[in-house]
Design a protein around this ligand. Structure first.
Ligand SMILES: *Cc1c(COP(=O)(O)O)cnc(C)c1O
Length: 389
């Protein structure tokens, strides 16, 4: 009997401590963590720089209302803008809230242009969160079912299909923005064509639409660059961040550029906790540590080792459709549902995740070493081979 609402089918293991890429359960067993709290613990567990920054900030001041100037928040906004080429940030506490801010921003932007029913183009198989606006934007019926009525103001097109976006432009004058993940994470680690974002950028420019990238999962180093859009050599108008930004301390951000950065005025949007000093200290320490320890280079190098290792070990195995990844956002696509693999891996003290029914998803700590990656490849490839036999 649990007093928790039944929102998760929880696995029967309880972790009490973490060290780097390892999690330790209440019986003292060590598990290799290739999930990192779903792309959250980028610095791994118990990173000394993060622990120090959070402890020191907790001693100074944990919370301070946004009706005052908050120095840590100013500093984190400046750093995010410096790293991304964007202009301004709004802080919140989670990914769905970051997207919620983006959606409100786009609607306000549309009304400013005299569009009474501003509409946002969203993608099939996308995931943007579980608030009413973000689950409406999400392209997964399982996330929406039972929560109707959904919001109006969204049109959906297939992912990685610029022609479909162009078609919408031909007959819909209400469009104000495109909201899209640079890589669809929950949708199965779907990596679009290399020129997808650049083409979306062109279409948005041609029509005065905002290009809004949901980088909640892909951002903060996950794909080997600070932000995934940096692989495409473009800038978005709006970017949402969360998961890895605070290395486990809850924080989200809606980061905007140009006209989009000036849309909100006092009273339009807010958050009690958003951008509090504790969360921002975690964000600053995360960004600083990624820079100091050359974590982006590690993500590129070790991420490629994992993809190459799994490709090698699973070559010719019937049932393996593809191994794909960018940096440390990696998917192994099988020809059948494989949720069972999560439990089989757990029994082998390996933490992975399955998404879109048949895709093993690896989003390990960004600090994973080559040696730890080799252990991951060996364990996981054996498990997948046995599972498919
Ligand atoms: C996880 C995720 C979200 C939702 O973030 P929460 O913090 O759970 O609200 C939104 N978008 C993407 C791409 C995500 O991966």
């Amino acid at each position: 009997m649990s007093y928790l609402m039944n929102t998760y089918a929880r696995l029967p293991v309880s972790f009490v401590r973490g060290e780097g890429v390892w999690l330790i359960d209440d019986a003292g067993n060590r598990y290799l963590d290739a999930l990192a709290g779903v792309a959250v613990n980028g610095l791994g567990h118990g990173h000394p720089a993060l622990v120090k920054a959070v402890s020191e900030q907790a001693q100074q001041m944990i919370h301070c209302s946004n009706i005052y100037e908050v120095q840590r928040q100013e500093q984190l906004a400046a750093r995010l803008c410096e790293l991304s080429g964007m202009d301004k940030a709004f802080f919140c506490n989670s990914g769905c809230e970051a997207n919620e801010a983006a959606i409100k921003l786009a609607r306000l932007y549309g009304h400013g242009k005299g569009i009474a029913n501003p509409t946002i183009i969203v993608m099939e198989k996308s995931f943007h969160g579980r608030t009413m606006a973000t689950l409406t934007a999400t392209g997964n019926r399982k996330v929406q079912a039972g929560f109707e009525p959904l919001l109006s103001g969204f049109v959906r097109v297939p992912y990685n299909d610029v022609e479909a976006v162009r078609q919408v432009a031909l007959h819909n004058d209400d469009v104000v923005a495109v909201l899209v993940e640079p890589i669809e994470g929950e949708g199965g680690v779907a990596i679009p064509d290399a020129n997808y974002l650049a083409q979306l950028r062109e279409i948005c420019d041609a029509h005065g639409w905002l290009l809004m990238l949901d980088e909640v999962q892909t951002g903060v180093g996950r794909t080997g660059t600070w932000f995934a859009f940096q692989h495409a050599d473009i800038l978005p108008d709006v970017m949402s961040l969360a998961k890895g930004l605070g290395s486990g301390v809850p924080i989200g951000a809606c980061v905007a550029r140009g006209a989009a950065a000036e849309v909100f005025k006092p009273g339009n949007h807010g958050s009690t906790f958003g951008g509090n000093p504790l969360a921002c200290a975690a964000g600053l320490a995360t960004l600083q540590t990624i820079a100091d320890e050359q974590v982006l280079a590690n993500v590129q190098h070790v991420g490629a080792l994992i993809v190459a290792g799994l490709t090698r070990e699973l070559a010719g195995v019937a049932g393996v459709k593809s191994v794909r990844g960018l940096g440390m956002m990696i998917g192994v696509s099988l020809d059948r549902p494989c949720g069972e693999l999560v439990k089989l891996a757990l029994a082998q003290h390996l933490l992975i995740n399955v998404t879109a029914d048949s895709v093993v998803r690896l989003v390990p700590p960004l600090v994973m070493s080559a040696d730890e990656a080799a252990q991951l490849v060996a364990k996981l490839s054996t498990l997948i081979r046995e599972f498919l036999e």
